[in-house]
Design a protein around this ligand. Structure first.
Ligand code: SAH
Length: 295
């Protein structure tokens, strides 16, 4: 059995400011026994009985009551999810609310999963789709750098959900690029996007997803106004700093066991300013071999 410090929840705000605490609950997932049958399940109570998972969780009881309320009343709709995030102060931006309403999260989670629960979810290959409140937080931090015509890079694009949101925000004159190192996830993310409101952008070429090591960025469409990294880096990759435009912003979880969501601004003179937004838990930004070890 693992001790508390070695347990982890992916794509989560780990500690939150008081105003957002209603959404702050923490799921702990054993790192090395990520079983296939967990795929598509929210990492929550119902995973507890599964053998060998060594799952342990603490929770904000109010949250779980709210979640049961949602499911119990069948209001598990994308719009309600967004309204919920607005009501609890996670989303304050109209633009971010609009894009999250436009891109239906259900198209990006495994079939049968409770798409609208505010929880990260296993998507296979030791990867997860981040919780809606983390997607909202990152979109909001990047909003000024996702204006029409701008260039955005999504490293570790996973399901393609955020890449699709970026593409909608930067529009047909902009460029949204996803880079993901698991080819199967690249393929499924493209299928997801094709079913979504971002499909025309994919077809017309302002949105693309590529298989590759995201630590190298994607030089072809650089420099970027916005870079999002969906996996935790031990340190900020130099290639990503290089591909950030002056005036550009990168949002990246940094750390190993303990991670901070860093907001990295490249100033007009090329200097870099970094601040920590919040504590989070993400899957590691690593090599494909390291990620798939034991999977
Ligand atoms: N934002 C995504 C997060 C997926 S989890 C979503 O919500 O769907 C993080 C993703 O980063 C995983 O899909 C994992 O495969 C990918 N990843 C990890 N290291 C990587 C690397 N070096 N290059 C590209 N992708 C990487």
């Amino acid at each position: 059995m693992m001790n508390l410090s070695t347990m982890i929840a992916y794509g989560y705000r780990h500690c939150t400011p008081p105003i957002k605490q209603l959404l702050n609950y923490t799921t702990f997932l054993h790192l090395h026994h990520h079983h296939h049958h967990l795929q598509g399940r929210p990492l929550s109570f119902n995973s507890l009985n599964l053998p060998n998972l060594n799952l342990l969780l603490t929770g904000n009881c109010l949250f779980f009551r709210m979640q049961r309320f949602w499911i119990g009343n069948g209001i598990n709709k994308n719009k309600q999810m967004v309204e919920h995030l607005q009501r609890y102060g996670v989303i304050s931006s109209i633009k971010v609310a609009e894009v999250m309403e436009t891109i239906d999260r259900a198209l990006f989670v495994p079939d049968g999963a409770s798409a609208y629960a505010d929880s990260p979810m296993a998507i296979g290959y030791n990867a997860t789709i981040s919780a809606p409140h983390m997607h909202a937080t990152c979109l909001q931090l990047l909003e000024q750098n996702l204006q029409p015509g701008m260039h955005a890079l999504d490293v570790g694009s996973g399901t393609g959900y955020l890449t699709a949101c970026f593409a909608i925000m930067v529009g047909p004159q902009g460029r949204a690029v996803g880079v993901e190192h698991i080819p199967e996830l690249v393929a499924s993310s493209i299928k997801n996007i094709e079913k979504s409101a971002a499909a025309p952008l994919l077809k017309e070429g302002s949105l693309s997803v590529h298989a590759g090591d995201g630590r190298q960025g994607w030089p072809e469409c650089a420099p970027y106004d916005a870079i999002h990294v969906g996996a935790a880096a031990p340190e900020i990759p130099q290639a990503l700093l290089d591909q950030l435009k002056p005036g550009g912003r990168m949002v990246i979880p940094v750390g190993n066991m303990f991670q901070d969501l860093k907001v990295v601004d490249k100033n007009m003179d090329g200097s870099i300013s970094i601040r920590s937004e919040t504590s989070v838990r993400y899957v590691p930004l690593t090599s494909r071999d390291a990620q798939l070890r034991g999977y």
